[in-house]
Design a protein around this ligand. Structure first.
Ligand code: 3HC
Length: 300
């Protein structure tokens, strides 16, 4: 069944090569997923060779894990290793059919990225942002061809989370949107359409939940109490483990942007800001999702 709002799949463009801007954690996971599911070359880029190669090392380690678990054959793992590459040389976008960015969550950074990418890609290439909730309309406003930009928001861990939000702007054309949905299907993700509004659908809910939990800590509730308060809902991870997975800085940016855009219903926790700035581990990784908090987190 075609997802609601998706144009005819017949309009979708073929994707023969993918560019991923950024070689951080989300970028690496996205690069691996595209290579694995679309079976096309995927090239990651970052500010310098060192970062690019670190991202590539992460992807290769993930491929090793897939092979060790028997999730992929030796032959397919070797093919995957050959499909994913990384470089600081942005000219590699020139023959990409789709370039997705997964860089720092700041509008100005994303706009600068797309200005550079658009100066290199072909006229037919699609531009995709993995923003977790910034205005895609604002990203499109500086483009020569805003009709080819669309949001595809994946969730961490990308290989495991089944959902992708597909976010068109008023300018996104039907071919671009049809391609986004066709790509989501090939990636074996469930696509849900969202309007281009702050934090789309999922992160608006997640941001509210994190704002309540961290806000309760600001108001004096002990961290250990706030962390277990939602246990009865049966969530796969407690809030502070989720904060660690999402990344404290990403979570802080999410809460801060929601506070700016939507007001006091989404308080931005002072403790979350402090933890994001200090960048220390919040939960004990040995204890997985139902984890113990580290002493540093408790001290906050
Ligand atoms: N990368 C790849 N695979 C991973 C992974 C990762 N980072 N983390 C876990 N997995 C895989 C494991 O390898 C395992 O695969 P296997 O079945 O082949 O062995 C499978 O996921 C299950 O993992 P585990 O058995 O280790 O642990 P759990 O059963 O506890 O599941 C979890 C781990 C999938 C992370 C689960 O706790 C979960 O679903 N947590 C909630 C995650 C969530 O809410 N994510 C959304 C965050 S919001 C976001 O990303 C948006 C952003 O914009 C802020």
């Amino acid at each position: 069944k075609r997802p609601e709002g998706a144009p005819s799949p017949g309009l979708a463009k073929e994707i023969g090569k993918v560019g991923v801007v950024g070689a951080g954690l989300m970028a690496g996971q996205i690069a691996l997923m595209f290579a694995r599911r679309l079976e096309v070359p995927v090239v990651m880029t970052d500010l310098d060779e060192d970062r690019a190669q670190k991202g590539l090392a992460y992807v290769r380690a993930e491929i090793d894990k897939l092979e060790a678990k028997g999730r992929t054959s030796k032959l397919k793992a070797a093919k995957l290793r050959a499909l994913v590459s990384a470089t600081a040389d942005k000219s590699v976008y020139a023959d990409c059919d789709l370039v997705i960015e997964a860089v720092f969550e700041e509008l100005g950074v994303k706009q600068a990225v797309f200005a550079e990418v658009e100066s290199i890609v072909s006229d037919e290439a699609l531009l995709v942002t993995n923003t977790s909730g910034l205005s895609i309309t604002a990203m499109a406003s500086g483009l020569k061809h805003p009709e080819r930009l669309v949001g595809m928001h994946f969730f961490n861990p990308v290989a495991v989370m089944p959902l992708v939000e597909v976010i068109p702007t008023e300018s996104t054309d039907k071919e671009t949107l049809a391609t986004a949905y066709a790509v989501a299907k090939k990636l074996k993700k469930t696509a849900v359409g969202s309007a281009d509004r702050p934090a789309f659908i999922v992160n608006r809910l997640l941001g509210r939940m994190l704002a309540e939990v961290t806000g309760a800590v600001d108001a004096g509730t002990p961290v250990e109490v706030a962390d277990v308060a939602l246990d009865e809902l049966g969530l796969p991870m407690r809030p502070f483990a989720l904060l660690e997975l999402v990344g404290l800085r990403v979570a802080w940016h999410l809460c801060q942007h929601l506070n700016e855009d939507l007001g006091p219903r989404f308080p931005a926790s002072e403790n979350l800001r402090k933890m994001a700035e200090a960048e220390f581990p919040v939960f004990d990784p040995e204890a997985k999702g139902k984890g113990r908090l580290t002493d540093e987190a408790k001290a906050q």
